[in-house]
Ligand binder design. Structure first.
Ligand code: SPV
Ligand code: MG
Length: 315
């Protein structure tokens, strides 16, 4: 990890500013989020599973998620938070997972307090882990990352599972005491009222640590409002994926209906934009065959072993 990256990941939850984590599902979307000036990345199970053509139901394994996280890590230097659902297994799996993710230079893992088998929070039928049992998972994760810069985030699903505010606050206090560096409070209400009530009640306990929200259903709440109600940051978990789905479907409809891509061309990124985005212009020895032809031109002939099939025929 470069010194710059290390300090930026530490700054992620230092309370200095509102943190916007963009949900990404591959290296390309991570590059776009970085280029657009966002503070961090969220590699969420929903988008990652969907990108693999799968539902968000705990189907990707711990090492499959890590492989994707590594790709994102290599594409972007932004702080990267990885959604690890409930931790992929028992306490030993949580411990191994945290060690492996820390070694892969991941900035934070976010564990949620739903019982396996899990479903996406916008589906129904959730069962919460017992608060003390989940606090134990956080304690194991927290101990396993000791000496590394990886942060542990505890995600509270009380409102998703139909439990009340006092359940959410009781869990928050336990998880923080167990070593959580930040909390995520999830809600699928249409306004931010549940999240606001949680932040206010938790602050009354004396807690001053970072709290993040996921404003998917309460998307009308802008960052000023989210900051005002007590959030330190927001996770825009799935909007990038949904934008991609819409854009791809629209293009395919146009191609199918009109027989060419002509009506859609103006809405497409140019080839050179994509080249630039992924660093094609920075390749060492770009156009290597052109360079070789120049060398051949200087010497008068190409070595026979390097002649192309066409050149051989032209002889
Ligand atoms: C994800 O992005 O995978 C999440 C957030 O866990 S949500 O889909 O809102 O549950
Ligand atoms: Mg998830």
């Amino acid at each position: 990890m470069t010194p710059d990256r290390q300090s930026s990941s530490r700054r992620l939850f230092d309370g200095a500013g509102f943190v916007r984590l963009v949900g990404v599902h591959d290296g390309l979307s991570a590059l776009l989020a970085e280029g657009a000036g966002f503070e961090g990345l969220w590699l969420g199970g929903f988008a990652l599973s969907a990108a693999a053509g799968l539902p968000d139901a705990g189907l990707l394994t711990m090492t499959e998620v890590l492989a994707e996280a590594r790709r994102v890590r290599q594409a972007s230097s932004l702080p990267l938070v990885v959604d690890v659902d409930a931790g992929f297994g028992d306490l030993n799996v949580v411990q191994r997972m945290v060690r492996m993710y820390a070694r892969a230079d991941i900035d934070a893992v976010c564990l949620e307090d739903k019982k396996y088998p899990k479903r996406n929070s916008f589906r129904d039928g959730h069962v919460l882990e017992h608060p003390h049992r989940f606090a134990e998972r956080i304690a194991v994760a927290s101990a396993a990352r000791a000496g590394t810069s990886l942060q542990v985030i505890a995600r509270i699903e009380s409102f998703i599972a139909g439990a009340d505010l006092s359940d959410a606050v009781e869990r928050a206090v336990l998880y923080r005491a167990a070593g959580a560096d930040a909390l995520v409070i999830h809600s699928r209400a249409r306004t931010s009222h549940e999240v606001a009530a949680f932040c206010a009640a938790l602050r009354l306990t004396g807690d001053t640590g970072p709290i993040l929200g996921i404003p998917t259903t309460y998307f009308q709440s802008g960052q000023d409002e989210l900051r005002r109600i007590g959030l330190s940051g927001a996770i825009y978990a799935n909007q990038v994926l949904r934008a991609s789905v819409q854009a791809i479907a629209a293009l395919l409809r146009v191609l199918d209906a009109s027989g060419s891509t002509a009506p859609a061309e103006a809405s497409l990124a140019s080839i050179s934009d994509v080249f630039a985005l992924v660093g094609t212009d920075d390749l060492i020895g770009d156009s290597p065959w052109r360079d070789l032809h120049q060398i051949w031109a200087g010497t008068g002939t190409a070595p026979s072993s390097q002649r192309t099939a066409v050149q051989e025929e032209e002889q």
